[in-house]
Ligand binder design. Structure first.
Ligand code: MG
Length: 337
């Protein structure tokens, strides 16, 4: 079977720039993929790179797409090198969608048109794709979402918006400004949040060992912290693993397990805490599924601010593979214009 292949770069602007320990991010850029088989059936995929997390860059992904012929085979799709994890995800999930659709009602008429999705990315295009093309594959509503709060003091008022829409898990980035300020806001946030809320703290690897210990101590006392995410950079794996035993509050690895190969390495080195998986940049979803099923690991699926196409592909994986009690890190729609 050969597939006609097209790709379209997109850009999507954040409502407010996203501040993390990695820096300030203003525009999400990626590539939408479209495969059409010989019967005219369509599969959509999305490449949403995150180079500071170790994926290929957008330019590398574009070059990769440009060197492919306009007709490709499943061998092309399943032999993408591991240096292109976001491409592996995009192409495999497009193929997966097409094949899954084959097994379903197969109705692909009226594909909604894909003109004009370059440049500003066109939210209209995305929502059209979401409603017309992929809703049969939308995961069921059993997933709970973790609502991403703004960094700093703004978190103290923003959580209510998430709470009103039904979210009970909140995520707050730390390690962004002074520890004294963040600890003060943390105290206020813990006081403000209803007792049934859970809070995730994400340091993006930006703490010192001493700061990480302080955060774990206050988290143990607060009682509503679900986990502290990536307190130290990936090089400090042994230190993080030792801290895991010293505190009640769980620790999650994120930057340390950005790709499937890194995830396997951390597992082999004995990590049995939480794994945050950004599936859109982790590599082959087929291999990821095999690994998660073989090892029964505690997984939280998380967003890379992908658009609807990759989001739905990841949420479908999450329904299959994530820990039933853990919210997915996809409460991010309020971040986009
Ligand atoms: Mg993180």
């Amino acid at each position: 079977m050969t597939y006609c292949f097209e790709f379209h770069p997109y850009q999507r602007q954040f409502r407010h720039p996203l501040t993390t320990h990695h820096g300030i991010w203003k525009v999400r850029e990626g590539i939408i993929l479209r495969l059409v088989d010989e019967k005219g059936r369509v599969g959509w995929g999305e490449i949403a790179p995150l180079p500071w997390f170790g994926s290929e860059t957008l330019e590398q992904a574009l070059t990769f797409c440009q060197q492919l012929p306009s007709q490709i085979t499943s061998t092309d799709i399943f032999s993408i090198p591991a240096e292109f994890p976001a491409c592996q995800f995009g192409f495999e999930s497009a193929w997966d969608g097409l094949v899954a659709r084959n097994g379903g009602d197969g109705g692909d008429e009226g594909d909604g048109g894909d003109e004009g999705d370059e440049g500003d990315g066109g939210d209209g295009e995305e929502s059209r794709i979401e409603t017309e093309k992929t809703s049969p594959l939308l995961p069921n509503s059993s997933l709970k979402y973790s609502y991403l709060l703004p960094t700093g003091e703004a978190a103290l008022t923003s959580w209510q918006q998430g709470w009103q829409q039904g979210d009970r898990t909140f995520k707050w980035k730390i390690g962004v400004t002074s520890m004294e300020s963040e600890l003060r806001w943390f105290d206020q946030l813990v006081q403000a949040l209803p007792p049934s809320a859970q809070l995730r703290l994400d340091a993006n690897g930006g703490l010192t060992q001493h700061q990480a210990q302080q955060w774990l101590k206050v988290s143990d006392q607060a009682g509503i912290v679900e986990f502290l995410e990536q307190p130290l950079p990936p090089e400090a794996f042994d230190v993080i693993r030792a801290m895991e035993d010293q505190y009640k509050t769980a620790i999650a690895l994120d930057e340390s397990v950005a790709t499937l190969n890194q995830l396997k390495t951390c597992y082999q080195q004995g990590w049995r805490g939480i794994f945050v998986i950004k599936a859109a940049i982790a590599g082959s979803p087929t291999q990821l599924r095999q690994f998660c099923q073989a090892h029964d690991i505690d997984v939280v699926f998380s967003s890379v601010f992908e658009s609807a196409i990759a989001r739905i592909a990841v949420l479908n994986l999450a329904v299959e593979l994530s820990h039933p009690h853990r919210a997915v890190g996809f409460g991010v729609n309020h971040w986009f214009v």
